[in-house]
Design a protein around this ligand. Structure first.
Ligand SMILES: *Cc1c(COP(=O)(O)O)cnc(C)c1O
Length: 366
């Protein structure tokens, strides 16, 4: 059987280490996973109560239009209901965008390293990938503009960027949008939007009124703590969402995920707590790294990328054997470092001590 030619140079996603797997392998009883930017405080208790109600009708197909969630979210964001597109995680929206806008002969521009699903899904659609290296963890927006040509259909901005955590400031974003040709779709992936410092909120949704070629991606997987339920969304002009809804599978989100998301939206207290603790623990962690002589990229997310004098794999392995799973930069296109999700205070204190011990051990060459 013949697959698309591009599959010869692709492989399936390699997931991070699973908790049960690590416990068994190293004989550990407790594992802390700080690898996938999940919420260390779990998710809203209100969601737990609501989910049990939706279990009554699993034999019925879900409302594919997600009407109830759509109404609440549109009101909250002050956009029209038709401007929203829901997906099985924002991952699926990325795929839907690629299937809608990309084909052989077209190209797409993105930073590197950035969230790998843009490239992965674009390749499957036969598009040419144009990657522009980050500068100090930030998008090189001018460099990206220069790469746009007549065949460019989609440009990806990840803000805060995964894996560096750097945010594209509002002014820079507006300058960029002013320069991008109107027929090129700009995807602004804000998976970590809820963690951005309140005083520098980019208010990106307001930009939709001015830029009809903009789509913003957000998710319930990160700050809302619902990664397991797989629900995310796009906010765009009605023109864009109409096309995306043609591509979208008819029942791509479940009733459980829709009602969980709706309930989570209404628990501001849970979100505020996660936001506050993240900022506090992140500031402390970055400060600690500085004292140890380690450079970190500026982060407006719930993770920090720490640069190391060694391969990220070494610290990854050291921590793994001691019960902490982090993400090695080797897997993220940035070998000399690790991406660490900010956990609870207790988790971070323990982790910080381990990093110190690791650095001492490599200095002594043991
Ligand atoms: C985690 C993440 C997503 C995907 O989240 P979903 O679980 O698919 O909603 C999208 N973009 C970035 C940058 C992410 O880090």
């Amino acid at each position: 059987m013949q697959v698309k030619e591009v599959f010869n140079q692709m492989s399936p996603y390699t997931p991070g280490k699973q908790i049960e797997e690590v416990k068994k392998e190293y004989g550990l009883t407790k594992i802390v996973k700080l690898a996938s930017n999940e919420n260390p405080f779990g998710y809203s208790n209100k969601v737990k109560e609501k989910i049990t109600e939706t279990l009554d009708s699993l034999e019925i197909y879900p409302d594919g239009y997600a009407t109830a969630l759509r109404e609440v979210l549109a009101e909250k964001l002050q956009v029209s209901e038709e401007q929203l597109t829901f997906g099985c995680g924002s991952d699926e929206i990325v795929d839907i965008i690629c299937r809608t806008y990309l084909e052989k002969g077209s190209n797409t521009v993105m930073a590197t390293p950035t969230f790998p699903q843009y490239k992965h899904n674009a390749l499957i659609q036969g598009a040419e990938i144009i990657e522009v290296p980050l500068v100090d963890g930030y998008h090189d927006l001018n460099g990206m503009l220069q790469q746009i040509n007549d065949n460019t259909r989609v440009v990806w901005l990840c803000s805060p960027n995964n894996p560096t955590g750097c945010l594209i400031g509002k002014e820079k974003l507006v300058d960029f949008l002013n320069e991008v040709p109107e027929n090129v779709l700009v995807v602004l992936d804000e998976a970590y939007y809820e963690y951005i410092s309140k005083d520098i909120n980019p208010n990106s949704v307001q930009l939709l009124n001015q830029y009809a070629n903009l789509i913003i991606l957000r998710t319930f997987s990160k700050a809302y703590g619902l990664a397991n339920l797989r629900i995310g969304y796009g906010i765009s002009s009605v023109e864009i969402s109409t096309y995306l809804n043609i591509t979208r599978g008819p029942f791509n989100t479940t009733s459980i995920s829709q009602y969980a998301a709706l309930t989570a939206l209404n628990d501001q207290e849970f979100l505020d707590n996660a936001y506050n603790q993240n900022i506090e623990n992140k500031v402390e962690f970055v400060e600690y790294c500085k004292e140890l002589g380690l450079h970190t990229y500026d982060s407006e997310a719930n993770f920090v990328f720490v640069q190391l004098p060694t391969s990220g794999d070494e610290l990854f392995q050291f921590l793994l054997e001691r019960g902490f799973i982090v993400r090695s930069g080797e897997a993220l296109g940035h070998p000399n470092g690790v991406r660490i999700t900010i956990g609870s205070k207790e988790q971070m204190n323990e982790l910080q001590n381990l990093i110190k011990t690791f650095l001492q051990s490599i200095k002594e060459g043991v």
